[in-house]
Design a protein around this ligand. Structure first.
Ligand SMILES: [Zn+2]
Length: 92
């Protein structure tokens, strides 16, 4: 069984987040859609981010690339960085 390194998990999250707008619109090819769904099952934080995007679409009726909340993305990645820093067992 392959263990993902922290950096590859972060990259996977970036990729998943980048695919969310197409995912919500049902515009992804089946393999990509399955990859996003697999990621969502393993990653509650991305699930929350997806909910946020869905809520945005509900309000606006659609999602333009400019509407993707970049600060929320930074926040999300910060959560992962902290999570992985704790995993490494640092004392401070
Ligand atoms: Zn994720």
């Amino acid at each position: 069984m392959k263990v993902l390194k922290w950096w590859s998990r972060e990259l996977a999250c970036r990729e998943a987040v980048a695919l969310f707008s197409d995912y919500i619109e049902g515009a992804l090819p089946p393999r990509r859609k399955a990859a996003v769904e697999r990621h969502l099952q393993a990653c509650a934080d991305c699930g929350r981010y997806l909910d946020q995007m869905r809520a945005t679409i509900r309000v606006l009726g659609h999602l333009e690339p400019d509407d993707v909340p970049a600060p929320a993305m930074d926040e999300l990645l910060e959560v992962f960085r902290r999570f992985h820093a704790e995993e490494e067992g640092g004392s401070g």
